[in-house]
Design a protein around this ligand. Structure first.
Ligand code: 2YJ
Length: 275
């Protein structure tokens, strides 16, 4: 899993309203609405998020805290209406503080795992699953539904495997690509046998990109999607960090691209942990 860096997340708090507008234009739904769809919450208007206290706990384990990380996820929780605070201590003391201040939910991440924990019900929502389901909902809305459509899934790591499960549930047929051919074949087999959905493997990436305009990029590959491989029908859900599109491809697809480092995943985690 790629560790985020400050430059990727610094502007999140001030850009949340703008991001809502962008998501609404591209998918018809804002951040909270996409998260509600992904979390299976039918009537998002009825969900009074301000009743729930969210404690954001900085974690120093591994490579330490990332400047701006706690502030970014605190801002996302606040944007969804939650009563959020960042604990003044980190790690175990931060967890104690979360309980002492009667938090309902805790958000915390080390270098490998990012979770929302419902401190009352013990429900744990994990970032890969939440990100995959949120981006799947966003792509489905952008494309007017995925049932019976072919989706190219790039990346068969933890995020890609989670995405395959959510995409299969929409009724999409999958084309799986990974640099690691063993992982690619294994995921295609899983999709066919466990999810009962058509899945193709074995295509070259350039060929697959040219043939299939609906793309879920769950890979950490940089500049793997180039302008010559896509066109004005291409729609891309790209939770992978860094972004897979090079600058020319970005110019072609930016109006039909969903990509952010934390917002959709965090929003889905919070709403999922409530359910
Ligand atoms: O508390 C802190 O500031 C740090 N311990 C945060 C660590 C953040 N973790 C990561 O960047 C992981 N790779 C998970 C990110 C998930 C984004 N999809």
């Amino acid at each position: 899993m790629t560790r985020l860096i400050s430059e990727q997340i610094r502007s999140i708090p001030e850009a949340l309203n703008y991001y809502d507008d962008e998501l609404k234009t591209k998918t018809g739904f804002n951040l909270k609405e996409i998260a509600a769809v992904a979390a299976g919450i039918k009537d998002e208007q009825q969900l009074d998020t301000k009743l729930y206290k969210v404690a954001v706990i900085p974690v120093t384990a591994g490579l330490g805290t990332i400047e701006g990380f706690s502030e970014a996820i605190w801002a996302i929780a606040g944007h969804l209406g939650f009563s959020a605070f960042i604990t003044s201590s980190s790690d175990v003391s931060g967890l104690v503080e979360a309980y002492e201040r009667k938090a309902d939910l805790a958000l915390l991440a080390d270098d490998n795992k990012y979770v929302a924990i419902n401190l009352i019900t013990r429900h744990v929502a994990e970032n890969d699953q939440a990100t995959a389901s949120g981006y799947c909902a966003a792509l489905a809305n952008m494309a007017g539904g995925l049932n019976g459509k072919e989706v190219l899934l790039i990346g068969a790591g933890p995020l890609g495997r989670a995405a395959a499960r959510f995409l299969a549930k929409t009724g999409a047929e999958l084309i799986i690509y990974d640099l690691d051919k063993k992982r690619e074949i294994l995921l295609a087999e899983t999709v066919r046998t466990m999810y009962g959905v058509k899945a193709i493997e074995g295509l070259a990436l350039g060929e697959a990109l040219k043939r299939y305009p609906l793309i879920f990029d769950a890979s950490p590959g940089e500049n793997i999607i180039r302008a010559a491989m896509i066109n004005d029908e291409t729609m891309i859900a790209a939770p992978g960090i860094p972004l897979g599109l090079d600058s020319e491809a970005l110019a072609v697809a930016s109006d039909r691209l969903i990509h952010d480092p934390l917002q959709i995943g965090t929003a889905v985690m919070l709403l999922t942990a409530l359910t």
